[in-house]
Design a protein around this ligand. Structure first.
Ligand code: ZN
Ligand code: MN
Length: 476
């Protein structure tokens, strides 16, 4: 029998607000333990709560970006469960009137375009962070993250493969980080994914027993976990090796397997009820229109502009539009240096090559776009060679030099003097007679070696085209 995997995703995304959802504590990541906590977000009874207007706006923005319907009167509810990282023993979320419903996200996979439909997007508060300290034999709690605003994006069970899941998460990350809704840094936990997975015979309409893997925060781990869980389900159905039960499982990335964490409560166990301390909020047309105006060019529109109007290769455009920062660098440099395809090469090959190994993500790169563009122009106008350009790029990154002034001061201008190039060619050919003979025997690869030697002798400052011409002439 053939089986198909059916998955639905719940994606939690921390919103890029300055402060928390119902108090003024800073919402940012990275403070010392329990530094960003006040009586309200520590769950003290009787503390006044006011909903963060910006969080609601970012929720609306997420809805507009996913073609969702925006709910006109939203409210907040309490979701009861006891866990030490939740000081109130309930989480404030939206159950009865979530901010968005019925959205969609278009994805592209190796088997073509697909549409993932969204059940809803709701706003809720994050929980604190438990740190299990083996040496102390204790669990420590950091409440900094408590009440940081989140949206939870709930999809319908539309996914059939890990590839679709990864494409969807990348698309969400691009949409949301572009619009400044969230930084979507999976490694910092600001984007986390729960995968609900079941397996059924192909052609069947009913869903199989579902298991849930929670809080996954790397695309690689998610793909590996889906592969493992699907296989486990199929094996269980085929051979009766185990009985599948509805449960929450944890993925152990180091061991490459999932294990049972707890039986899954049904939704009714949460005893959702309206939060009487928070007034409902009316979202009118005017507010939605104002949020719409603040949305930047979407990654999709930008992709179309880059490929169709600026003539970039599709995979270059895709890579640039997937990162808000690379997009910013692209826009910032092409504003000054009007050769978009060259600029894309500088950014994707030279800049990424220069910072690779520092453990930086595309979004961490900091560079002065004006200086970067000036550098591109110096090479384009043949004032310096490409090789020198690459070296100056490192200097711009590390020492923030002014490329033109630096090249001038250090005499790095392009060697165009044919006399100097001719001397270098003669010297190199004299020193490598064997290679010259090999070349004359028909081994053309030697050409590259000789070019390298000559360029080195000219300290990388010569125009490769002029050198190649001189070398070809000398060899013939
Ligand atoms: Zn607080
Ligand atoms: Mn949630």
């Amino acid at each position: 029998m053939e089986y198909e995997v059916v998955m639905g995703l719940e994606v939690h995304v921390e919103l890029s607000t300055e402060s928390k959802l119902f108090c003024g504590c800073p919402a940012r990541f990275g403070a010392g333990p329990n530094e960003n906590v006040c009586p309200a977000c520590a769950g003290m009874p009787g503390m006044p709560a006011v909903t963060n207007r910006r969080a609601v706006e970012l929720g609306i923005a997420a809805g507009l970006l996913t073609g969702s319907e925006i709910t006109r009167v939203i409210s907040f509810d309490k979701k009861s469960y006891f866990y030490p990282d939740l000081p109130c023993a309930y989480q404030i979320t939206q159950y009865f009137a979530p901010v968005c419903t019925n959205g969609r996200v278009e994805i592209e996979t190796s088997r073509g375009k697909r549409r993932i439909t969204l059940k809803q997007i709701h706003i809720e508060e994050d929980a604190g962070k438990l740190v299990h300290d083996a040496r102390a034999g204790a669990a420590l709690i950091d409440f900094n993250r408590t009440s940081v605003p989140l949206i939870e994006i709930v999809s319908n069970p539309d996914f059939r493969s890990a590839e679709e899941v990864v494409a969807y998460l990348e698309k969400l990350r691009s949409l949301l980080s572009f619009a400044g809704v969230s930084d979507c840094r999976m490694q910092e936990g600001s984007m986390r994914c729960d995968v609900n997975l079941s397996v059924r015979p192909v052609g069947s309409e009913t869903l199989g027993t579902r298991t849930e893997m929670k809080n996954m925060n790397s695309l690689k781990a998610i793909a590996a976990a889906i592969a493992y869980e699907s296989e486990r389900h199929i094996r269980a159905l085929q051979t009766g090796s185990e009985t599948l039960v509805q449960e929450t499982r944890r993925w152990d990335d180091a061991r490459g397997e999932s294990f049972s964490m707890r039986g899954k409560e049904d939704a009714t166990d949460y005893r959702y009820f309206p939060n009487p301390e928070l007034a409902p909020i009316v979202i009118d047309d005017e507010w939605i229109a104002r949020v719409r105006e603040t949305l930047p060019e979407t990654a999709e529109a930008k992709y179309t502009r880059l490929t169709e109007r600026l003539g970039l290769a599709e995979h270059d455009a895709a890579q640039i539009t997937q990162s808000r920062n690379l997009s910013r660098i692209f826009d910032g440099t092409t504003r000054i240096f009007d050769k978009p395809r060259d600029a894309a090469g500088w950014i994707l090959v030279d800049l990424l090559g220069a910072v690779r190994g520092d453990g930086k993500t595309d979004d961490d790169i900091e560079i002065d776009c004006e200086k970067f563009a000036a550098l591109m122009r110096l090479v384009d106008e043949k004032i310096i060679s490409r090789a020198i350009g690459k070296k100056l790029l490192i200097k711009v990154l590390e020492e923030d030099i002014d490329p033109a002034a630096y090249a001038e001061e250090h005499g790095l201008g392009l060697v165009t003097d044919t006399g100097a190039i001719g001397d270098a060619v003669r010297e190199v050919l004299a020193a490598h007679e064997k290679s010259v003979l090999e070349y004359k025997d028909g081994n053309e690869k030697v050409m590259g070696f000789l070019m390298g030697q000559i360029m080195r002798r000219l300290k990388g400052q010569a125009d490769p085209e002029a050198v190649r011409a001189a070398l070809t002439a000398a060899l013939s």
